[in-house]
Design a protein around this ligand. Sequence first.
Ligand code: ZN
Length: 688
Amino acid sequence: MKQLPALLNITLAGVAVCVLAGSTLVKPTPEIHGVSLGSMDRAVKPGDDFFRYANGEWIKKTEIPPDRAAVGVFDQLEDLSNKRTADLISELSKSNAAAGSGERKVADLYNSYMDEAAIEAKGLAPIRPRLEAIGNIRDKRELARVLGETLRADVDPLNNTNFHTDNLFGLWTAPGFSGSEHYAAYLLQGGIELPDRDYYLSDSESMRKVREQYLTHVSTMLKLAGFSDTDARAKRIFDLEHAIAQSHRSLADNDDIHKANNTWTPADFAAKAPGLDWTQYFRGAGLSNVDHFIVWQPEAFKAESALVASVPLDTWKDWLASHELEDFGGVLPKAFAQESFAFYGKDLSGTEEQRPRWQRGVFVVNDLLGDIVGQVYAQHYFPPEAKAQAQAMVANLIAAYRKRIEALPWMNPSTKAEAEAKLSTLYVGIGYPETWHDYSNFEVKPDDIFGNIWRGSLAAYQRQVARLGKTVDRKEWSMTPQTVNAVNLPLQNALNFPAAILQPPFYDPKAPAAVNYGAIGAIIGHEISHTFDTEGSTFDSKGQLRNWWTPEDLKQFEAATARLAAQYDAYKPFPDLSLNGKQTLAENIADVAGIAAAYDGYHASLGGSAPPSEDGLSADQQFFIAFAQNYAGKMREAALRQEVATDSHSPDEFRASTVRNIDAWYPAFDVQPGQKLYLAPADRVRIW
Ligand SMILES: [Zn+2]
């Protein structure tokens, strides 16, 4: 539901990431258990500039590296997690585990990826049978079956906001929009290699340049694979993708869930989207027994199916071969891998250097066997005490929300009842999942990286298909424990907070409770808020697509939040630039709600005992400083201006200023009228 900003542009997008998106955070300092005193600038008055009071010294000491637009802890946490994961894989590789065991699969997969000499020696042999099979397709009927065979579970429109697949279509299995107790099959548009329709259709100079580079790249890959007449083939492949892109729904429209709620029976496909032999397609995909699908973008299915009929068979065969080469370029001989990086890494993303091979190996293992590594990762880095402590925190946060919603003057009683139900059924996953994925259908061979990747993605697809129609496991995770991220799963009414994000400075079991509530507690509270806001109002307590707010509730909510929008409209990162309070409203609401619930939760956790001071700071002071230290970060002016223009989150400095809406912040720092952040009690905004 939320786009991931470029700053966090890793493979893991997600709704919940919005808490961290756009914010770069303080350096992890595991040796300090509590607020980072050294980061603070006590010469600044907290009531004037709380962000610099909490982070001033850190800002003075920290330089933005020349090759980055911003600096913060998120990248460092990610580097740390990758390093730990690589070390675990390396240990597993040396353990000589029994054949067929998970550990052995991890070792064989990783080592087969790392063995560049073996890849070089094999040349084109691994991919040749695939290319020959494509070459042997005799008619459109066989083409339909082969297109079906390439369908993979490689899209995820809601949890991880991934709308791209280069296969003709993509499958997502998830709770049904209207029948959320069973897994349903969602089908999404696909077929283009470049990231989005705009790359084919936009008139901008940069997009025109990318298109030229792409044409050359397709031709080069085909040439390396031994095809003749490659410029003409590349042009035909490009024209086909261009036609596909014209039918694609835009990213903004893809986010509109109501436009995506289209149930089709198998018979509907032939009637509504004629052209492709759908019986053969579903047979190839192993979906012949599925009696209904949810088609996210019907107009794209209609157009893409018609193109299968109208575009010559030979063009489709070239398109299939070219996509096969793109998918496996990274595990073919060096010439392919280099050409692949030259286009996708340099031309498309502006990256100068490729990540070291070991890091790419870690990505492959995380992708295909993530839960096996994740299980070991959680054992090493997330002890049961850390989990129990975080879970107790979540329970206190949920109790705080319950009280706050009960007390809301503007929400209708029937809406409150559904909000209550949503709270009591909310699953908040902490650290690692309750059950682990079973990879027994994935055969890993020691010296066959091409086959391993092929079998791995097929096995993942088959696991998804096998569960269609079965009862939903609402506690299933969509992230591995070693992922530095968090996610909101609206159809499951669930949140996931992986172990890799539950570490300092966000969370430290050895830190005072006030600090953990102020840091990760406010982040968890932020995510919980999203289950009740305008987004959350779309899904009910069972994860069904159903608006459970009355129009009157919405009106009241909008009135209450208009004041918050006005508060952020007044912030000016530069004299000539103000924030857009409306654009950032949902995230600002979540920030206010998150810190308010975390504050209540902290005080409830004390059970009546006096809040302990530490380092000369009262518990409340530690709570608020820890919150503001979540947002220590620095950004170059151009990047900050871009963030203000495009991001749904406020810049770090203003997120830290959220504290001014909380009554308890005033006595904690003796904030007085006349100070810059002072708000009269009537002007402080309370949403939930
Ligand atoms: Zn958010």
